[in-house]
Design a protein around this ligand. Structure first.
Ligand SMILES: *[C@@H]1O[C@H](CO)[C@@H](O)[C@H](O)[C@H]1NC(C)=O
Ligand SMILES: *[C@@H]1O[C@H](CO)[C@@H](O)[C@H](O)[C@H]1NC(C)=O
Ligand SMILES: *[C@@H]1O[C@H](CO)[C@@H](O)[C@H](O)[C@H]1NC(C)=O
Ligand SMILES: *[C@@H]1O[C@H](CO)[C@@H](O)[C@H](O)[C@H]1NC(C)=O
Ligand SMILES: *[C@@H]1O[C@H](CO)[C@@H](O)[C@H](O)[C@H]1NC(C)=O
Ligand SMILES: *[C@@H]1O[C@H](CO)[C@@H](O)[C@H](O)[C@H]1NC(C)=O
Ligand SMILES: [Zn+2]
Length: 933
């Protein structure tokens, strides 16, 4: 039934190239090329290649007592919670804020036990007769007396030992009263601050995922412990309280002499504790009910007044409707609140009915924000709304299946955003934004499989470490691949029955496979393998294959694709690093004809890439892009010569499209990272200058001397590439252009006429060329910015200066919350490390401050991103040794950076080898390209 890829001659041409020389990127290509046609055939593996003989790690013997174990016992299940919380928005001592509260949890006993374990972290309890809680029986059940209660800090439990046993079938109620700190730590119930008209405002908000609901009130804090929540918030006059469900009318109350508002919320649906949210703030909102669901966008008064919430409001309804159609299930709630918070660690959080966002992920101002900012808003909204069903209505049982939840939401966020913005080519952009990037990580021997077993993921740090690129982006890549090869129609059919069957319950990923298989079977599609057999190879082992076809014999071979084939793969795989590759174009049936064609094309292509260099437009854009990326990846893995990869960039002086340029730029960026402090730099600059000049002229022309904005989304992106490459390589007229723009703005700070799309790169180029005046001006504008995306652009541009003392000062600012918000510390340091002059400064800085960072930035920073960002230039033995030393010095306090550090060691090792092997030939190649005109 499948027609394969050979739809047009042009496509065939690229397939050939890829099949022969560049199939490293099979995840990407099996989906990239399949844009052309849907398909449903699967190729079984043919040649075994790498085998490993490593032993499976043995699990250390576990602790003895139940309260020393990180997982809850299965004796009790929660049914309802009644929780009242009162956050104090005024400090009770110098810069010290608290909240107080009480909670009544009704739970059912399913196995006899004389022990109650309930999660609780950093809460101080009111004691009742020397115990932390009061227990009573419901419906005539008698509650045993409490024998002993205490807080078990390492495992974050309130432990209650009883004199007698709780009996199966009975329900009980546990009452607690407690006080916690309303800290600025971005986790649990925390506070965020901002200034409006010079007045400091404090708000209280939450981030529970994954394990911080227990920091707000005692709860059975595991995703499978679903319950109904009745929330009540006490809050000052002038503030509004929000939570997952709609509120009843607020009432005035007096508590301990304070006149307050009491807002109670309706019962939530049955849900997991990590999806709870509550906010007390002075925000205002806009709303509509166009789709029958109340949609509200909440933000700072100023932001709403300036219309920054309008775009989100306009797109939420359509995206919600899109997902209702896609899942064929109506939105499970009757309201959707979305709120933009000044301090927020992640991008956004899918709390059911009350989605929380970083400001840049929800707010958009056309006068100031770029098209990239707009795309970010659309995709993040789509991602979070996708979770309202997948993740919230149906939830995976334990964190080890996080990849399914996040990979899925990431994949379909592009479908939702594509629906909202039909001209953006979002379904192509997923390849750039998610798939290409993660392949670099997954091609390391220190990568990890998507799926882990439940008992590998126990401690909160282990859970936190799962929130990485593999989980989100590779998860998205493999689900997209699956959807493409069984067809989207069948995929959504299976998805529908999966969601319907398990609504309000929990699943494991195999449940989804089962439902997709049922859909496949019911459509009468025959696959050579089951979905589970195919997918196991993509999720239970790390990495992906490079597939090689012998065009003479038609024989197909696969090997594990590794960026550095010299690094041993220690991690064993149940499938010995073989994959089942769902691509029809290698299939036997049509093979002969196809291989004949392959061979013919091969001769033209591998000789001198003549199709590319003569008529690039014969080949579809995305495939031109793919060729470049594949070639560079294969060269990294020493499968082809680096100079052959570089040759794929020779046609760029005729290329005006975004995707090929973007992938070329990213791949060449690796050359910059490795060589921008060596003699290769000069000839490389000369080459890029030569290739990017025509692009710069092209955009100058189509924008009438930079006065218009290009029409298409991707052209807008490419205009940025044109300017940034032209300015950084010294193309005539570029630096003057941007410096002038920046000067005009400095001259009249109230009139910034720089086009929003170009601001990031213009600011960066101007600050790089400037000195203290430019920097200090940008800093003032950063602190004064009322639009978060504008602040972000300045925050980035400040890292572009070439003055070491400014960079060092900026590093100091990064750990001072009065200067840089905690949510932005990681970004700031990583940006500085992206600057060749800043890189060693940033590395020295984090080494010197690691102790402090580790203790103070736990929930706020992504340690993994920090480590990989600061070390990505490492390419010498000396740097490798420093990294090892760092690992030794900080053993025991690396937390969620542990895996990233291993990856950094491996990447550094690979870089050392790569530079040794390639420096001379790369240097010679750039020289040959620039001297012979
Ligand atoms: C609640 O108190 C506020 C402020 O004191 C007052 O403006 C409002 O009218 C009161 N509402 C009711 C229903 O009493
Ligand atoms: C949502 O449902 C509840 C209970 O059915 C109802 O009281 C409430 O008014 C509804 N809210 C909206 C916005 O429709
Ligand atoms: C975007 O999509 C349109 C139509 O869907 C297509 O004509 C165009 O070539 C695509 N652009 C890119 C850059 O792929
Ligand atoms: C752009 O500016 C140049 C001079 O700087 C002028 O010669 C040219 O005509 C202008 N082009 C357009 C399209 O405005
Ligand atoms: C703002 O600056 C631009 C460029 O310098 C200038 O053309 C424009 O007239 C200025 N607008 C105002 C209101 O001053
Ligand atoms: C700060 O921003 C306000 C408006 O956003 C503007 O009026 C004021 O001039 C700015 N201050 C400085 C120092 O630029
Ligand atoms: Zn998500």
């Amino acid at each position: 039934m499948a027609k394969g890829f050979f739809i047009s001659k042009a496509v065939a041409g690229t397939c050939v190239f890829v099949a022969i020389a560049a199939t490293a990127t099979i995840i990407a290509l099996s989906v990239v090329y399949s844009q052309e046609k849907s398909k449903n055939e699967v190729l079984p593996t043919i040649d075994p290649s790498i085998t490993t003989t490593t032993q499976l790690p043995t699990t250390p013997s576990g602790p003895k007592e139940p309260w020393q174990q990180y997982r809850l016992p299965d004796s009790l299940v929660p049914i309802t919670y009644h929780v009242t919380l009162w956050p104090r928005l005024e400090p009770v001592a110098d810069n010290f804020y608290i909240f107080s509260g009480n909670s009544k949890v009704v739970f059912k006993c399913v196995k006899a036990t004389d022990l109650i374990l309930i999660h609780s972290n950093k809460l101080n309890f009111t004691m009742f007769d020397n115990f932390h809680a009061r227990l009573s029986g419901l419906n005539g059940a008698e509650a045993p007396q409490i024998k002993k209660s205490w807080l078990e800090v390492p495992t974050q439990y309130l432990v209650i030992q009883l004199h007698g046993s709780l009996n199966p079938g009975n329900t009980y109620e546990l009452f607690t009263e407690f006080v916690g700190e309303l800290a600025d730590d971005l986790g649990g119930f925390y506070r965020s601050e901002y200034y409006e008209d010079g007045i400091k405002k404090v708000l209280a908000t939450t981030q529970m995922q994954p394990t911080d609901a227990r920091k707000a009130f005692p709860c059975f804090d595991e995703p499978a412990m679903k319950a109904v929540f009745y929330m009540t918030l006490l809050h000052p006059h002038g503030t509004v309280a929000l939570s997952n469900s709609m509120n009843y009318d607020p009432v005035n109350v007096t508590v301990e002499g304070h006149d307050l508002i009491k807002t109670s919320f309706m019962a939530t649906e049955v849900m997991s504790s990590y999806l709870l949210a509550f906010v007390v703030c002075e925000f205002t909102h806009i709303e509509n009910m166009d789709t029958g669901v109340l949609i509200r966008i909440w933000a700072r008064q100023k932001a709403i007044d300036e219309g920054q919430g309008d775009y989100a409001l306009e797109k939420t309804g359509p995206i919600l409707s899109f997902f209702e159609n896609y899942y064929n299930i109506s939105y499970p709630l009757n309201k959707s609140d979305q709120i933009a918070l000044p301090d927020f660690a992640a991008g956004a959080m899918e709390n059911w009915g009350l989605i929380t966002y970083r400001e840049t992920a929800l707010l958009y101002n056309p006068e100031v924000s770029s098209n990239g900012d707009k795309e970010w808003v659309a995709t993040v909204i789509a991602h979070e709304l996708a979770h309202m069903w997948f993740g919230n209505l149906v939830t995976t049982r334990w964190w080890n299946d996080l990849w399914l939840n996040e990979g899925f939401a990431t994949y379909v966020s592009y479908l939702g955003a594509d629906f909202a913005e039909k001209t953006w080519n979002m379904t192509d952009l997923i390849v750039l934004n998610e798939i290409v990037g993660v392949m670099g990580v997954d091609a390391l021997a220190s990568s990890h499989p998507l799926s882990s077993s439940e008992d590998e993921i126990l401690r909160p740090e282990q859970i936190n470490e799962l929130f990485d690129a593999i989980t989100y982006s590779k998860g998205a890549a493999v689900l997209r691949m699956l959807s493409y090869f069984i067809t989207e129609e069948v995929f959504t059919k299976g998805l529908h029955t999966y969601l319907e069957t398990f609504q309000y319950q929990n699943t494991v990923y195999q449940d989804l496979w089962k439902h997709l298989q049922m859909a496949v079977n019911s459509e009468g599609i025959s696959l050579p393998n089951t979905i589970e057999e195919i997918m196991n190879r993509w999720i239970l082992q790390m990495g992906f294959p490079v597939v090689t076809i012998n065009t003479q014999t038609g024989q197909i071979m696969q090997t594990h694709f590794l960026i550095d084939p010299d690094t041993p793969v220690d991690r064993p795989s149940p499938f010995k690093y073989e994959w089942i590759v769902p691509v029809t174009w290698i299939k036997n049936g049509a093979a002969e004809k196809q291989f004949g064609l392959l061979q013919k094309m091969l001769q033209t292509l591998t000789l001198n890439c003549s199709r590319l260099s003569t008529k690039p437009e014969d080949i579809p854009v995305i495939n031109r892009a793919q060729i470049i990326d594949d070639a560079f990846n294969l060269a990294r893995a020493k499968i082809i010569n680096t100079t052959l990869a570089l040759r794929t960039t020779t046609f760029l002086d005729k290329e005006m499209q975004y995707m090929p340029w973007e992938l070329a730029r990213r791949n060449l960026n690796y050359f910059y990272l490795m060589f921008d402090r060596s003699e290769v730099y000069g000839p490389m600059q000369a080459y890029i200058k030569k290739k990017s000049s025509p692009l710069f002229e092209y955009f100058k022309d189509i924008t009438s001397n930079w006065t218009n904005t290009p029409d298409s989304h991707t052209d807008q992106y490419n205009q940025v590439n044109a300017i940034s490459m032209a300015c950084s390589t010294g193309v005539d007229g570029c630096q003057e252009l941007v410096t002038n723009w920046f000067k005009q703005w400095m001259h009249d700070p109230s009139n910034n006429s720089i086009s929003p799309n170009l601001r990031s790169t213009v600011y960066c180029s101007a600050i790089a060329a400037g000195g203290m005046d430019e920097w200090d001006f940008a800093w003032r504008m950063y602190k004064n910015a009322t639009v978060a995306s504008e602040a972000d652009k300045l925050m980035y541009a400040l890292s572009c200066t070439k003055q070491p003392w400014l960079l060092n000062r900026y590093l100091e600012y990064s750990l001072d919350p009065n200067m840089i918000r905690k949510q932005d510390s990681t970004y700031t340091i990583v940006y500085i490390a992206g600057n060749p002059i800043g890189q060693p400064l940033a590395w020295d800085f984090i080494r010197a401050k690691w102790d402090y960072i580790y203790k103070n930035y736990g929930s706020a920073m992504s340690f993994g991103r920090l480590i990989s960002g600061v070390t990505k230039r490492f390419s010498s033995e000396f740097e490798y040794k420093q990294l090892l030393q760092f690992k030794e010095d900080n053993a025991g306090q690396l937390g969620s950076a542990t895996a990233a550090l291993e990856q950094a060691l491996e990447t550094t090792r690979a870089n050392v080898n790569w530079v040794a092997l390639n420096k001379k030939q790369v240097y010679d190649w750039f020289i040959s390209q620039t001297s012979t005109r």
